[in-house]
Design a binder for this molecule. Structure first.
Ligand SMILES: [Zn+2]
Length: 398
């Protein structure tokens, strides 16, 4: 399932109606949350999504204005609460397993800024008009035509005041067929966003590198203004706009890069993400990069399908420490930019050497699983060889 978002341009009147729907959605959210808590206190059982949907009917009788809320949107509110509970119970579980996090019980909302129509309530009139039930025909800019089956539509108001419509699309998996374009290992890093085993380097774009500084600067400008003042409000608005702009630039960069890579190679090996490291890191610049690498990997995986390319995740351990030529292992402090092997004399750029090791690890895992030819043991074997089960989850078989 892929999601695409498009800018929409509701008229003033339409925007008012949409805001009213969001206001009602917020009220319903808080009422249902309250009811679910009561229900739990009384019965010791969770209030299911089904229970909530039934309760909505009663709420509509008690509070006639809730009838104005689109029924599809209302049902989606039940789903949101049920998802919030699921996430909450997930966090409790992680806490029990020793992770230091706040479980955070679902809380009432001050705002609801998006409306989701799960099945119906929206329709494309033509390429420039989206019909939303109760709102009318809203101008839309489709920069890319929807190809797959559209599963739902979410209307969202961003803090900058821009409106977007997001669609989840179900894209059918095309049979994996190798495009015979060769293999590559990719190492990701701070200075170079990506280093390829064939020597190519992709520099981290300027806006990503400077993002931290820029955000800090604007944050300072906001915090210098008096709380509650209109100057502060305006500064916050500018901050929100900046965030959105950078976010769009970032996503554009990642989409183009991942597309280029799946089109250029038939196999791409990347390191599995070290989630533990990500969570522990509180440095803003690093967390932005982590999020970008993780988004890039996800894009590689889902774009690989239609490009006839296979993406293989390998275990990240020690790829910088090993000599890509002879397999010798040595320590590599961050300051050393060149790998110099004390055993075979091989000297190579640190990141290219790592990218080559990533590729080797992936190919080793593949040849072992081929040799065994038994799928049940393959999944176990590949796991220990560092190729994650993700490959099977993504439906690509070797
Ligand atoms: Zn060596």
């Amino acid at each position: 399932m892929l999601t695409f978002k498009y800018r929409i341009y509701p008229t003033k009147k339409q925007a008012l109606h949409l805001n009213r729907q969001m206001q009602l959605a917020k009220e319903l959210y808080n009422l249902l949350l309250e009811k679910s808590k009561e229900h739990y206190k009384e019965t010791g059982r969770t209030f299911s999504q089904f229970d909530m949907n039934r309760h909505i009917l009663q709420l509509k009788k008690e509070r006639p204005k809730l009838k104005e809320l689109h029924s599809q949107v209302a049902q989606n509110i039940s789903k949101r609460i049920s998802d919030a509970y699921k996430a909450f119970f997930g966090r409790i579980k992680e806490k029990k397993n020793g992770r230091k996090i706040n479980a955070g019980f679902p809380r009432p909302k001050k705002f609801v800024r998006s409306l989701t129509f799960p099945q119906s309530g929206y329709k494309f009139r033509n390429e420039r008009r989206l019909y939303i039930s109760g709102i009318g025909n809203v101008p839309i800019v489709l920069h890319r035509l929807l190809k797959g089956k559209v599963k739902n539509c979410t209307i969202k108001l961003y803090p900058s005041g821009k409106w977007y419509a997001g669609f989840s699309e179900e894209i059918l998996k095309t049979e994996f067929e190798s495009n015979h374009k060769g293999e590559v290992g990719i190492d990701v890093g701070l200075a170079n966003f990506a280093t390829l085993s064939d020597g190519e380097k992709v520099e981290s774009p300027k806006f990503l590198r400077e993002l931290e500084e820029r955000l800090k600067f604007i944050h300072r400008r906001v915090s210098r203004k008096k709380k509650g003042s209109s100057r502060r409000r305006k500064a916050r608005f500018r901050l929100a706009k900046k965030y959105e702009k950078v976010e769009n630039q970032r996503s554009d960069f990642l989409h183009k890069l991942s597309k280029k890579h799946v089109d250029s190679y038939s196999r791409i090996a990347v390191e599995e993400l070290n989630v533990k490291n990500m969570v522990r890191n509180h440095q803003l610049a690093k967390s932005i990069m982590d999020a970008s690498w993780s988004a890039y990997r996800k894009m590689l995986h889902y774009k690989a399908w239609s490009a006839g390319c296979e993406v293989i995740d390998v275990a990240p351990a020690d790829t910088t420490k090993i000599c890509s030529k002879c397999g010798n292992r040595k320590d590599m402090p961050m300051s050393e930019r060149t790998y110099r092997c004390s055993f075979c004399g091989h000297a190579e750029d640190r990141d290219i050497n790592a990218a080559k090791n990533i590729l080797t690890r992936a190919m080793d895992g593949l040849s072992k699983s081929h040799a065994r030819g038994d799928m049940s043991s393959v999944s176990l074997e590949t796991r220990t060889q560092g190729i994650s089960l993700k490959r099977e989850l993504y439906g690509v078989e070797t």
